[in-house]
Write a protein that binds this ligand. Structure first.
Ligand SMILES: [Fe+2]
Ligand SMILES: [Fe+2]
Length: 464
């Protein structure tokens, strides 16, 4: 029988903790000191256990949460948070370790972390100079073939719901004008809010295009329109009245407007950010709030949401505002913002499918995100939201056309012709066979191919 003492430790945080303490020891004691030897041994054991399950081990820190091979891991206690912020202050948010890693390499990385300064020389070449071949830090050494494999489009490429397309065009112009130094165009913002609430939100096709995985690298204006729509969806779930919903949509639409003040190459930088770049990115919250405060005619909470949307419900995150808890409206936008970000593509990663995004958000609930809001959001969109392309256990290709609140894992599907991507009739996966079991299950969701037009499956907005 395996005793707990012998069971492999599969916690990625143990690797980060081990490296962090090894870093301190390497800075305080000579290389042969027994404490360093002991710590190296412990770290080797943890890595060996993890390598049995994943090779390479991919540990990413995303907004203060730790992910092992894309799956979130708890980082809730304070010591962990401190260690994570130490690593991220060094500009490190990703550690990949390949099989074959040697003890000397672990020590070399720990020493490197102790001595690391922004010398202008890349982390890659500094690690190479120390003979480190099986460990990469930041996002600079692609060890994993899924890493930086694809150039994503800048915006949706396929046929769009016309109202959604119009809202993107309006947002793009507004953002470009603001980036070029013009004042924010409040009238267009108001029109955009109306368009989103009264047209886009009524189109299942548009919602499907926003909820399913987004195979484009989301520029700020697209992201902002999507976050506004997702915030609206969540705002309706929590029962906000119409004027509050309009204020919420405006705030969500403008939450990242501060990014118009930051050079695009930093906003979209594929590698790890250095300290100065990180500070610049984080400043989009305060820059945004400043722009919005100076703009007359906006709703009173719009600047607050821009300021607070990266702050957690326990007062963590940025900017540092002490222990202040974000306004409920900021908390709604944070949920929408995180879902949108993880289901969209990034220069360095493929989009995360909705079901996995829901699980990641569930792990963030309570610390970063408001638990009640996450539950409401996940219940509303379900693991397989409208617009998701899925495969069934009968190997059918199908599109989710209607979710089933009572049976969230068994929505109504439209079967899709594998060759033409045309609809082939609907099936209700909640239907049971005479034995009592479900006739169909969804086995996975998959990215939609370019040739699939959601509008042929989902209804556009009805005329008002
Ligand atoms: Fe943001
Ligand atoms: Fe955002």
């Amino acid at each position: 029988m395996t005793t707990p003492a012998n069971a492999p430790n599969l916690d990625p945080l143990a690797v980060l903790r081990g490296l962090a303490s090894l870093r301190r020891l390497a800075g305080s004691y000579p290389a042969g000191h027994p404490m360093i030897g002991q710590k190296l041994k412990e770290l080797e054991d943890v890595i060996a256990g993890l390598l049995q399950a994943n090779n390479p081990i991919c540990i990413d820190v995303i907004r203060g949460d730790v992910f092992l091979d894309g799956v979130a891991s708890s980082s809730e206690n304070q010591a962990n948070q401190q260690m994570l912020s130490q690593l991220s202050s060094l500009g490190i948010d990703s550690i990949h370790i390949k099989e074959g890693v040697q003890r000397d390499e672990l020590l070399a990385v720990a020493e490197f972390l102790w001595q690391y300064s922004e010398s202008g020389e890349s982390m890659t070449s500094q690690l190479a100079a120390r003979n480190v071949q099986h460990i990469s830090l930041g996002r600079l050494l692609p060890l994993d073939t899924r890493w930086r494999t694809k150039q994503w489009a800048d915006a949706p490429t396929g046929p769009l719901d016309p109202d959604y397309a119009e809202s993107l065009t309006m947002a793009q112009k507004t953002w470009e004008d603001t980036a070029s130094g013009k004042p924010l165009d409040v009238m267009t913002v108001r029109d955009l809010v109306q368009l989103l609430i009264y047209k886009v939100a009524r189109s299942n096709a548009a919602l499907g295009q926003i909820l399913a995985v987004k195979q484009y690298e989301n520029l700020t204006y697209c992201h902002s329109v999507n976050v506004a729509m997702l915030s609206l969806l969540l705002g309706k779930q929590v029962g906000l009245d119409e004027p509050t919903l309009a204020a919420l949509v405006e705030a969500a639409l403008l939450h990242d407007v501060g990014k118009t003040q930051i050079p695009l190459d930093i906003v979209r930088k594929p590698g790890a950010l250095d300290k100065a770049e990180r500070r610049m990115i984080e400043a989009h919250t305060t820059l945004g709030a400043e722009i919005l405060i100076q703009t007359e005619g906006l709703q009173p909470l719009t600047p607050t949401v821009a300021l607070e949307h990266h702050r957690g419900v326990k007062g963590t995150g940025y900017p540092d505002l002490g222990e202040a808890i974000p306004h409920p409206m900021s908390q709604i936008v944070s949920v929408a913002d995180i879902y949108e970000a993880i289901t969209g593509a990034r220069t360095y990663q493929a989009p995360t499918p909705p079901e996995r995004a829901c699980l990641i958000m569930a792990r963030m609930a309570g610390e970063k995100l408001n638990t009640g809001l996450v539950k409401k959001f996940v219940n509303a969109i379900t693991f397989f939201p409208v617009g998701s392309l899925v495969r069934t256990n009968r190997n059918e290709l199908a599109l989710v056309v209607q979710t089933n609140q009572r049976e969230p894992l068994h929505p109504l599907l439209a079967l899709v012709d594998e060759e033409t991507y045309k609809p082939m009739g609907q099936v209700d996966t909640s239907e049971r066979e005479s034995s009592g079991g479900y006739a169909r299950h969804i086995t996975q969701s998959i990215p939609a191919p370019d040739g699939l037009d959601l509008r042929e499956f989902l209804e556009p907005a009805k005329a008002a």
